[in-house]
Every structure is written in C-alpha cells, then in structure tokens.
Design a protein around this ligand. Structure first.
Ligand SMILES: [Zn+2]
Length: 232
C-alpha cells in the first residue's frame, strides 16, 4: 500500500512539473520540443533525428527552420527514376557560409544530419586551435544506385537511398586545405583538424568511416545514417 502511495505521488509530481520541464530543459535533454539543427549532440537529439524518418512533414519543418536561420540552402526534388529511390529527396546547394564543390541529393533526414554536421563542424573549428571556420567542402556525392563496395550481390549501400555522403576535402576560411587522402596522418596540424571533423561525424550521423577503417575509405569520410554512433 505504501509503495502504491509513493508511486502515485511521484507520478503526480512528474505531471505537475511537466510544463516547467518543457520550457526549462536544455534542447539536448528535452524530448518535448522539435529538433533544431543547432541542438548539441546527445541521445535525445539522436532519437529526435531518427524519428524524422517516419515523419516527412516534421523533417521538412526542421530544414525550413534551418534555412530561415541561414544554415542551409535546399530545394525539394522529384523522386528519381530507376531501381533505387529516395525517401523525400532534398537537393542541398550550400550550408550558410560553407560552399560545396557541387550540390548533392539527400533523403530528408540525411539533409538534416548533414546540416547539423556542417553547422557544428563550423563552430568546433572556430573554437579549436586553428580558430578558422569552414569555407568549402569537396565531396564525391551521396546518391548512387549500387550495393556496398560495388559488389554484384549483397546488401544495398546507404548511397542507394541517398543516406550517406562522401567528403574528400575541407577548406578553412583562412584558405588552408585539408585533404583526407593527403593529410589524414600528416602534417600534424592538418591531421588533428581532420580527426576533429571525422569524430564530429559520429555526433550527427549513424556512422562515420575514415581512412583507419579500411583502404576503401583512404581518400574520403563516409558519413551515413545507418547505426547509432559507429565511428571507425
Ligand atoms: Zn560512401
């Protein structure tokens, strides 16, 4: 009986404090407010991002808010023709002040993850020793109707649904270039910044694969939506 009273009192206390929690919890701990691309990483942020896969309207709303904040330029695209399809295709042309070697296609949740990744990378670099934000990203695409490692048989790649993005190089606002193929190990200063950028991939994407994973990734970071924090 006493246990029942305690449980009831706790439930009542939780119910009473709900409005306070909704407005006072920080975004990365607050499951009651919609995702914003500037939310710090955390398991609730990751949960909210995963929920967007089943909610196209909420996903588009997150991108529209990010666009209004000047963090991404995008447009909705028609479904691609052919064997492979994309859930809610989005074409991204730039991320605020960060330009791209070319625009790329993404599923809506991947578009949100990419915006979170670039926005946070931009800030991280500003706060790091290099103290220079991002200016440009070179990449080799996102959408390709193929299996993993181009094998004849087997599982479809994340690229077959535009749920992964392959980045080859970053340019900082001070003009310095960081190329995954050349600078992953040296010189030390470039290598350190590239490691920051790779590790940050795990905060927004389900997986972040780089040169240490295998030879197939010697020249680029593969940032994909599968998994929940698989970083190699
Ligand atoms: Zn890839």
């Amino acid at each position: 009986m006493r246990v029942l009273i305690v449980i009831t009192l706790l439930a009542l206390a939780a119910w009473w404090s709900l409005p306070w929690l909704k407005s006072h919890l920080p975004p990365q701990w607050n499951p009651f407010i919609p995702l914003d691309v500037t939310d710090p990483p955390g398991w609730i942020t990751r949960y909210k991002l995963q929920q967007l896969k089943g909610d196209p309207q909420a996903c588009l709303a997150v991108l529209q808010r990010a666009s209004a904040q000047g963090l991404v330029s995008f447009r909705e695209e028609p479904l691609p023709k052919g064997e492979c399809t994309i859930a809610q295709p989005i074409r991204i042309s730039k991320f605020g002040p960060v330009s791209l070697s070319s625009s790329f296609l993404a599923s809506c949740p991947m578009a949100v993850a990419s915006t979170m990744y670039v926005t946070r990378s931009h800030q991280l670099l500003q706060q790091s020793e290099v103290a220079s934000p991002l200016r440009r990203i070179e990449h080799v695409g996102s959408f390709a109707c193929r299996n993993i490692y181009h094998r004849q048989q087997g599982q479809r790649s994340e690229h077959a649904t535009a749920e992964a993005w392959d980045i080859t190089a970053f340019q900082l606002a001070n003009g310095r270039w960081l190329r995954v193929a050349k600078n992953w190990q040296e010189p030390a200063s470039e290598s350190a910044v590239l490691h920051i950028l790779w590790r940050n991939g795990c905060a927004s994407f389900g997986n972040a694969l780089g040169p240490d994973y295998n030879a197939a990734h010697a020249s680029h970071f593969h940032l994909g939506m599968r998994g929940s924090g698989f970083c190699r």
